[in-house]
Design a binder for this molecule. Structure first.
Ligand SMILES: [Mn+2]
Length: 411
């Protein structure tokens, strides 16, 4: 190993000494540290290419080795596949935050993967293991059995909103604005020069297809496309389109069996707003399906369930967007004139079909389309049409409101 002793500074250049006066002083800590490592650093930099993007040694977070990887509540395919993929990559244990949905079940069976155990059980079985959250970092989406002190990492692709976890110590964070958390895991495999197993590649592939709506949703990036290509090659999937259709069908099949309340509240997220003209909460639920007609036929029954939920939660407004994930179009179910007024302010190209619904055309993503439009309308001065509104005067703090959310940003 190189030490300070074997490091010899270059002889000073005569021309550098315009003045005959020289001074000396003790080296500072940083100078010592830098000089100590200079030979090693020179060796390293001399190996870097003179131009283009240099390669750097990968940082593999040591705290993730042996960690438990767990996704969000009301879990989805990205959370389960991401946990499985991360556990394989970093050498840990995958877990699930809740029961899996029919799309996830389809992927697990298709790739002959074992369903991860419930997080409560895994935490007990490995009392010393840290927890790395995947596909979420909001307290509102965290399984309550996970002690925040045990969290050692976050791998995610969602915005840092106002209930992001707070930790005492620095932890490993990898958040990238990509279409799916599984894309991040796939890319990390590549960066570390590791080949995921065929079944894990298949799970990651299905998860990216799910979160990006078969690479057609507005959150899709080049990275998602590249990883889908690589993963389908490793998994030996010749017809990616056919696989996507099979899994979307599996996802939709479950919806037919759900109650109106489950449909209206299953994938719901609550947002809090405060401007000079509007103060309140907007609950926004999404149903993604290949067969929206089946859902829309039940619109009346679903609206009743939405109304009940609105009263129960004391939110100012409540919406349900029924998204056709094959045709990439959305119908928004609307409760009262307040919801209609905000929808008209937010979705200027939306087509009112009847007092109770609006055709949103090709908008499909809550993260990229719906919530940004609603936020913009409110920030631009939206106010409720009447003071006799459905505003229910239950005082709650922002954190209370967020604790009500059991949502999940699928996309
Ligand atoms: Mn996701």
């Amino acid at each position: 190993m190189d030490t300070l002793d074997d490091w010899e500074p270059e002889a000073p250049n005569e021309n550098d000494h315009a003045s005959p006066l020289t001074m000396s002083r003790k080296r500072s800590v940083v100078e010592r540290e830098v000089q100590h490592r200079l030979p090693g650093a020179k060796k390293f930099t001399s190996n870097l290419p003179a131009s283009n993007v240099p390669t750097v040694n990968a940082y593999i977070p040591p705290t993730l080795g042996g960690a438990i990887f767990c996704g969000h509540l009301v879990t989805d395919l990205d959370s389960i596949a991401g946990a499985i993929g991360a556990a394989e990559l970093y050498g840990g244990i995958p877990a699930r935050a809740s029961e899996v949905n029919s799309e996830t079940q389809f992927a697990l069976e298709y790739w002959s993967k074992e369903k991860p155990e419930p997080i409560e059980k895994v935490l007990n079985a490995f009392p010393q293991a840290g927890v790395c959250l995947v596909d979420h970092q909001q307290m509102s989406q965290l399984n309550k059995s996970i002690p925040v002190e045990r969290i050692v990492g976050v791998i995610d692709h969602h915005a840092l909103q106002n209930s992001t976890i707070v930790t005492d110590m620095p932890i490993y964070i990898d958040i990238r604005p990509w279409g799916s958390m599984s894309t991040i895991i796939a890319h990390s495999f590549m960066m570390y020069g590791r080949r995921p197993t065929r079944s894990t590649s298949g799970m990651l592939l299905c998860a990216i297809l799910s979160d990006t709506l078969n690479l057609q949703g507005p959150t899709t990036t080049e990275w998602d496309k590249l990883m889908v290509t690589i993963l389908s090659d490793i998994a030996g999937v010749i017809d990616v389109q056919a696989l996507a259709m099979q899994q979307f069908k599996a996802k939709s099949a479950e919806l037919g069996t759900l109650s109106a309340t489950a449909l209206a509240t299953g994938d719901q997220k609550i947002f809090t707003f405060k401007t000079d003209h509007f103060e309140g909460t907007v609950a926004f639920a999404v149903v993604e399906t290949t067969d929206d007609d089946v859902i829309l036929e039940r619109a009346q029954e679903i609206r009743l369930a939405m109304m009940e939920d609105k009263t129960k939660q004391g939110v100012t407004m409540l919406y349900l967007a029924v998204v056709n994930i094959v045709k990439l179009r959305t119908k928004l179910l609307i409760l009262t004139e307040n919801e209609m007024a905000l929808a008209q302010a937010a979705f200027v190209n939306g087509r009112v079909e009847c007092p109770n619904s609006m055709d949103l055309g090709g908008l499909v993503s809550r993260k990229k389309d719906f919530i940004p439009a609603v936020t913009r309308a409110i920030k631009d001065g939206f106010r409720l049409p009447s003071l006799v509104s459905s505003h229910i005067s239950i005082k709650r703090s922002v954190s209370d409101v967020f604790n009500l959310t059991d949502e999940v940003v699928g996309i």
